[in-house]
Design a protein around this ligand. Sequence first.
Ligand code: ZN
Length: 140
Amino acid sequence: MYSKEREQFEYFKKPCLAMLGGMAKAGTIPSNMCNTRILCQTARTTVSQCTECGMFFIWHHNILLNFKQKEFYLFLTHIKKYVFQQRSICFPDGEYRLLMHSAAEEISMAFTEEEWEDIKEVLTEAAYLANVYAILKGTP
Ligand SMILES: [Zn+2]
């Protein structure tokens, strides 16, 4: 494997392991993994946050995103401006999906209207709860 490829692979591997750190039960998790708690969850989306470093983990179907605190709120503010009818295109299966570009130029994410409403709602609720936790912790 090229070192560049390896680097990207390592990059993709990290959030998955961190996420599992919160999902799996004690005993099997290396001690350097994030200690996550679930903020909000539906059948297709889960948002969790590390109680120590504050990292956010978003799991939606086969998509896994991780954001530092500040980036999470910026991301949420940004995507709330997306209007499904304006950003959606018709896919080969006949279904319209909203396209969201990722930091990696080659990778985009696609959401049906229902998925889009779901992820927006879960992220909003998670942000609200994260704020409550931050206030309780004394670091808003
Ligand atoms: Zn952490």
